[in-house]
Structure formats: structure tokens, C-alpha cells
Write a protein that binds this ligand. Structure first.
Ligand SMILES: Cc1ncc(C[n+]2csc(CCOP(=O)(O)OP(=O)(O)O)c2C)c(N)n1
Ligand SMILES: [Mg+2]
Length: 398
């Protein structure tokens, strides 16, 4: 039997123009979702879905996050720690998103989300011990400083290679779905990370397999010295979701309540089998990339000015004050309490021996040390017995 000849699909005369790009189109398609304005007022028609007690608790977390970042930068400038990377101005993206999750949800952080680990129970002292890389550090000085891990709170170890956590979160979500677990992981990453291949791999796979995961892109305007306008010519990060076939939303990342509400909805959809969401949390990196960076080399101070008025902490402070949940004296007491908490933790962290015992080098390679580790440990012990300076190689001369 003869097959009918394939006919070419008709070509539309206006092909290529039907969805033509026009400036501002995606800004309209992805309006910035906000609940509270810069003066701490609820936007018209908006509802406060978050409870007042939780709002107050989150305010305290944000104040703690800011005070800690400031203190740790000072510590680095004093030469007491080698490196720090904080989230000044981006607090709402972290605390708002994590508060909207369930405790069983795994967090796949980038490198600014220390606050997420604290909310999940990482003691401040343990965090600081990692900054010192001393004996109190749970990874025993083997990670970069400021790269904490907290498995008890379902917080995956921070790792510097950008966007790798996107695919890892997708894998965890896929496994949870196969096992029938109610677990929706969140992957945090920056605007710069959307240019890395793991972003594409992760989002494509998640959409195709409809896995329950939340992608939280903290668009803070910068990838070290590269402004987001040079990173991509997309008007928004949220619109990238269209290409993958998933829901994308642009959220005011300096509005704690908006971040919380959008993340909660994304979680509900994921848990209901509706697949992943890409949240673009629009915020601003108020300080340098890390203590190794000086933004004065590439960014005029004036560009930061407008963002000072959008401070996420001040906004919640105003909202709480307007609702009678916070007054000046209460705020001052809360700030004193936070300062003291940091001071006490710092004292405890500095009191640990300066480094983990040298024998610990052979731990954590395998669950149980193999023959090679046992042999090497015995060799090291013999060498240390012969010359105690072996345990502290810096002091061996020659
Ligand atoms: C795979 C990889 N490439 C490059 C780097 C170097 N690097 C470290 S941070 C960074 C910028 C990331 O910017 P963004 O994703 O916007 O996150 P932000 O620092 O703004 O939170 C780059 C390029 C890296 N860590 N990993
Ligand atoms: Mg960035």
C-alpha cells in the first residue's frame, strides 16, 4: 500500500511575529507580587495570611541575621576570621521562604542562607566554630569557612560552585515523589546562577518529571561585579519558567510577607502534584559580594541609595508597629537580646581548641575506616610519638 505523501505544515504569513517581543512585555506579564508597601502598610485588597506571632518571630530572626552579618564582617576586618559572606538587605528572601516550608522539607542553600540553618536549629556557636575552623566545627575545618552544614535541620552543606544545588534539590524531590514522602525541597540560588548549565538541567528535568520542588532565585542585582542586566537580557528571571513549562512568579524579595505567601503557595501546589515553581525574589545586595570583595571598584555608592528605603527589616518593623505588636522599647529590648546572644555565642566559639585533633584526618572518609586509613593513622601516631611537633607542622623548621 502506498503511503500518502507527507504534506508540509502550512506556514502562517505572520509566523514569527505572533508572540513578538516588545520592551516591557514580560514586566507586565510578571508583575511584582507585593503584600506590604515600603511604609509597612498592607496593599489595597491584600490580606495578611501569616499569623502575627509568626511575623514577630520572623522579625527577630531578621534582626539577628543582620546583626550577625555586621558583627562577622567586623571580625574578619579584625583578622579574627578569614572570610565571611552575608545577606545584608536580602533577609526577607531567606527567612520568609524557609518559614513557609514544612520541617521535613530539605533546604539546598547557595551560600548566603545561614539564617535558614539557624531557623532549623543550627546553634550560633557551631556556626561560628566553622568560621574559625576550630575543634568545635562539625566539619573539622575541612570546608571553606562560612560553609556550614546542618543535617539535623535538613539543611544541606553549603558548597560554592554555583547552581549545583539546583539539580541536587530536583533529585531529592524526585526521590521523595517516588517514595511517596510529603517533602518539598527548596533550592536557593542567585541571578548569576541562572547562566550556569545546572539551572537549565534542573529546571528542565523538574518540569518534565513534574517533581515537587521550589526554585528560589534571589535576584539581588549582582553576580560579584556583573550586574544582572549584563547577565541576561531577559526582563525578568521569572519569565524563564515559560520556556521550561512551569509556573514562574516575580515577588518583591524585600517584602517578607510576600515571600512567605508566594513560597507557601508554591509548596501547596508542589505537594498537590502540580509540579515546580520558579520564584524570582527581587532584592538587592547592599554590601560587597563577600569580605574578599570591594564593590567601590565597580559600583557607585548612589545606586545603593534607593534600596535603603526598601530595607526589608524596616518594613516589617513598621508593619508590626502599626499593628500594635512592637513599640520602641520592645524593639530596643529585642535588639539588645540579639546582640547578647551573638556575644555569648562568639565567646563560646572562640573557647574551642584552635583545631580538630590531627588524627581526625582519617575520620569520615568511609563510615568505618578501611585498612588504608587504619595503617596511615598508625603511621601518624608513631611519628607523633617520636616527635610531638608532627601534630603541629607549622612549627617544624627547615
Ligand atoms: C560554577 C561556578 N562558577 C563560577 C563561580 C565563581 N562565583 C562565585 S559567586 C559568583 C556569582 C554568583 O552570583 P549570583 O548567582 O547572582 O549569587 P549572589 O552572589 O548574588 O548571591 C560566581 C560567578 C563559582 N563559585 N562556581
Ligand atoms: Mg546575585
Amino acid at each position: 500500500m502506498k503511503h500518502a505523501r507527507a504534506t508540509k505544515p502550512p506556514v502562517r504569513a505572520d509566523a514569527g511575529t505572533a508572540r513578538e517581543w516588545s520592551p516591557g512585555r514580560f514586566l507586565e506579564e510578571f508583575p511584582l507580587y507585593r503584600v506590604v508597601d515600603e511604609e509597612g502598610r498592607l496593599l489595597e485588597g491584600a490580606e495578611l495570611e501569616i499569623g502575627e506571632a509568626e511575623l514577630l518571630a520572623l522579625y527577630r530572626w531578621m534582626v539577628l541575621g543582620r546583626a550577625l552579618d555586621e558583627r562577622m564582617v567586623t571580625l574578619q576586618r579584625q583578622g579574627r576570621i578569614g572570610f565571611y559572606i552575608g545577606a545584608i538587605g536580602e533577609e526577607a528572601t531567606v527567612f520568609g521562604a524557609v518559614a513557609a516550608l514544612q520541617p521535613q522539607d530539605w533546604i539546598f542553600p547557595s551560600y548566603r542562607e545561614h539564617g535558614a540553618a539557624f531557623m532549623r536549629g543550627l546553634p550560633l556557636t557551631t556556626f561560628m566554630a566553622n568560621l574559625f575552623g576550630n575543634a568545635g566545627d562539625i566539619v573539622q575545618g575541612r570546608q571553606m569557612p562560612c560553609h556550614e552544614t546542618w543535617a539535623p535541620g535538613h539543611f544541606v552543606s553549603i558548597s560554592s560552585p554555583i547552581a549545583t544545588q539546583v539539580t541536587q534539590a530536583v533529585g531529592a524531590a524526585w526521590a521523595a515523589r517516588i517514595q511517596g514522602d510529603d517533602m518539598v525541597p527548596i533550592a536557593f540560588f542567585g541571578d548569576g546562577s541562572t547562566s550556569a548549565h545546572d539551572f537549565h538541567t534542573g529546571l528542565n528535568f523538574a518540569a518534565v518529571m513534574k517533581v515537587p520542588v521550589i526554585f528560589a532565585c534571589r535576584n539581588n542585582g549582582w553576580a560579584i561585579s556583573t550586574p544582572s542586566a549584563s547577565q541576561t537580557i531577559s526582563e525578568t528571571m521569572a519569565q524563564k519558567a515559560i520556556g521550561y513549562g512551569m509556573r514562574g512568579e516575580r515577588v518583591d524579595g524585600n517584602d517578607l510577607v510576600a515571600v512567605w505567601t508566594a513560597t507557601r503557595r508554591a509548596r501547596q501546589r508542589a505537594a498537590a502534584g502540580e509540579g515546580p515553581t520558579l520564584l524570582e525574589l527581587v532584592t538587592y545586595r547592599m554590601e560587597g559580594h563577600s569580605t574578599s570583595d570591594d564593590p567601590r571598584a565597580y559600583r557607585p555608592a548612589e545606586v545603593v541609595e534607593p534600596w535603603k528605603r526598601k530595607d526589608p527589616i524596616k518594613r516589617v518593623q513598621k508593619l508590626l508597629t502599626a499593628r500594635g505588636l512592637l513599640d520602641e522599647a520592645g524593639d530596643a529590648a529585642l535588639r539588645d537580646e540579639v546582640r547578647l546572644q551573638i556575644q555569648v555565642a562568639l565567646k563560646e566559639a572562640e573557647a574551642f581548641p584552635p583545631k580538630a585533633p590531627v588524627e581526625s584526618l582519617f575520620e569520615d572518609v568511609y563510615a568505618e575506616p578501611g585498612w588504608a586509613q587504619r595503617e596511615q593513622l598508625a603511621e601518624l601516631k608513631a611519628a607523633m610519638a617520636a616527635d610531638p611537633r608532627v601534630a603541629n607542622p607549622r612549627h617544624i623548621e627547615g
